[in-house]
Structures are given as structure tokens and as C-alpha cells.
Design a protein around this ligand. Structure first.
Ligand code: CP
Length: 313
């Protein structure tokens, strides 16, 4: 059964349907309403890399919808340490569950898992490759703030080389006609093959190292952490560590409705002074992971989200 490996697995219409489903599920995500749409279903969480938000919001989404979750848990206490292959692990968990959420350090691992499994795989991040469920919650957050996705000016900043969230998001935003500014140090530029692919799909892309100069025209500023764990050489990391630090004092000349997002965790790229400004959206964004993942779980398990949740018949 097909899962969600990259954003290419969803058409624009399907993306919008998932966002609409997610919006209707907000009271369920907040715990105001119990709607056991996924009762009897089991999600398998296979996280071979650290995660807080993706793993926990998948669990919350499943449980709020009446489903259950089994976890691989700490890889070091699993049979992976005895030498079990990813292929065999996925084959086993496929038999225990109805759907699998997986994160793995190797780019392409999610597709490999999907080829081994009969149940749908939700890619929760594969190395520096893709993170499509994050993109769905990012799109939800952007549409929630601006009422649309089309034609926005979006600045993506920080580690564009290794940041899988920005790889998936820039593809999706291109499909909705957004203008993209990639702000990064030279060492962390968006990979050239991604930029040329985006341009081939009609993207209007500007590349710069001037984050502060990019702020005044932006509708969305998407900050990212420098992915220390993906550098082969610590000295290379030291050259770019702390390259961008956004402070509330940098926001004087931005658009009133501009929002600042971050997939989190942050290190030092957004100063806490930004948290209390009207622009900060990163904690709502993290909460939106629950509704976006609820809607995706329903879609991939072929369960319709009712048109009228908690309202009059
Ligand atoms: N945004 C995100 O993927 O966070 P985690 O690494 O905590 O899952």
C-alpha cells in the first residue's frame, strides 16, 4: 500500500484535502472531543534517529483518534544491535501493525522500507533527504496564518544543505507558486540539483547570504538549525556554527503579518526575545504536527474524516 515518502506522493488537490481534514480535526487534537476514527488500528514507530516532535506527535495523533502505537524504542535495546537488517526489521513490524512511521539517518531509507512493507510507510525524515509529514504541518501553519498558500514570499534560512525539512518544503511551496529566498552561508547552500529542479518546475528562487536584508519583503521566515550531526568534519561545522541569530530587534521593518517558523529543535538561531513577538509561530507549528499527522494517518488508512465534526447534523 503506498505511503508518504516524498511530497511527490501527494497532488496539490490531495495536499489541500489533507489540510482541510486537519483543520476539522483541531478540536480532537486539543482533546476537546473524542473521535475514535482509528480504533483497532496500530501504528509502528521506527525511529533510528533521535526525535521529540515527530515521534510524540504521531503517538498523540494515533491515540487521540482511538488507535494504538507500538515503538521500536531505543535502537540500542532492539535487535538492530544484534545485526538485524532494516529490511528484516520492517518485514517484522509490517506484520505487527497497520501503518509505520519511520525516521532513519540514511537518505533513501524510507523508500527502501516501503519496498519491504505491505503497510504504508510515513517518512519521518531520511537523512538529509525528505521530511514530508513536517512539510504538511508547515503548510498547515502557513495557511492558518495567511489564509492561503499561493504567491507568498518565503525566506528559508540556515542549513539548507543538510536540512531535510527545507528540501521537502521548498518543493511543495514551488507547486503553490511561492517566491523562495534561500538565505545561507556558502557552505550550507541549498544543493545545486535541488535549485535547478525547483527552477525547472517554474520556481522563482533567489540565493543570498544576507538573512537580515531578506526580512522586509517576507511573508514567512523559516529558520533552521545547523545540522551538526551531518558534518563529517567538526572544523567545517565550527566555520558556520552560530552563522544566523534572529533577535527581536531585527524585526522592526518586517511586514505586520510575517510569521517566523522553525521545525525545532532550535539551538541559538532564534533568540528567546522573538518568542513574545506577534511573529513567532514555531510552538503552534509543533502543535500542528498532531492535526497534520492525524489527517495523514486517516488518509493512508483509508478512513474518511467526517465533514462535520462536533457540529449540528
Ligand atoms: N521537527 C522535527 O522533526 O523535530 P524532531 O526531530 O524532534 O522530531
Amino acid at each position: 500500500m503506498p505511503g508518504l515518502i516524498t511530497m511527490d506522493d501527494l497532488t496539490n488537490d490531495e495536499i489541500l484535502q489533507v489540510l482541510n481534514d486537519a483543520e476539522r480535526l483541531l478540536p480532537v487534537a486539543r482533546g476537546e472531543l473524542y473521535l475514535p476514527l482509528l480504533q483497532g488500528k496500530i501504528l509502528g514507530n521506527l525511529f533510528f534517529e533521535p526525535s521529540t516532535r515527530t515521534r510524540m506527535s504521531f503517538e498523540t495523533a494515533m491515540k487521540r483518534l482511538g488507535g494504538d502505537v507500538v515503538n521500536l524504542g531505543d535502537v540500542n535495546t532492539s535487535s538492530v544491535v544484534k545485526g538485524e537488517t532494516l529490511f528484516d526489521t520492517v518485514q517484522m513490524v509490517d506484520g505487527y501493525t497497520d501503518i509505520i512511521a519511520m525516521r532513519h539517518p540514511r537518505q533513501g531509507a524510507a523508500q527502501y522500507a516501503q519496498d519491504a512493507a505491505r503497510v504504508p510507510i510515513l517518512n519521518g525524515g531520511d537523512g538529509a533527504g525528505h521530511h514530508p509529514t513536517q512539510t504538511m504541518l508547515d503548510l498547515f501553519t502557513i495557511r492558518q496564518a495567511h489564509g492561503r498558500l499561493e504567491g507568498l514570499n518565503v525566506v528559508l534560512a540556515g542549513d539548507l544543505r543538510y536540512g531535510r525539512t527545507v528540501h521537502s518544503l521548498s518543493h511543495a511551496l514551488t507547486r503553490f507558486g511561492c517566491t523562495l529566498t534561500f538565505a545561507s552561508p556558502e557552505l550550507l547552500k541549498m544543493p545545486a540539483e535541488i535549485v535547478s529542479d525547483l527552477r525547472a518546475h517554474g520556481a522563482n528562487v533567489v540565493e543570498t547570504d544576507d538573512l537580515l536584508g531578506s526580512l522586509p519583503g517576507a511573508d514567512v521566515v523559516y529558520m533552521t538549525r545547523i545540522q551538526k550531526e551531518r558534518f563529517a568534519d567538526e572544523d567545517e561545522y565550527a566555520k558556520v556554527a552560530g552563522a544566523y541569530k534572529l533577535h527581536a530587534s531585527n524585526l522592526e521593518h518586517v511586514k505586520e503579518g510575517m510569521i517566523i517558523m522553525h521545525p525545532l529543535p532550535r539551538v541559538d538561531e532564534i533568540h528567546p526575545s522573538v518568542d513574545d513577538t506577534r511573529h513567532a509561530r514555531y510552538f503552534e507549528q509543533a502543535f500542528n504536527g498532531v492535526v497534520a499527522r492525524m489527517a495523514l494517518l486517516c488518509r493512508l488508512l483509508n478512513v474518511d474524516v467526517p465533514a462535520n465534526i462536533g457540529g449540528e447534523a
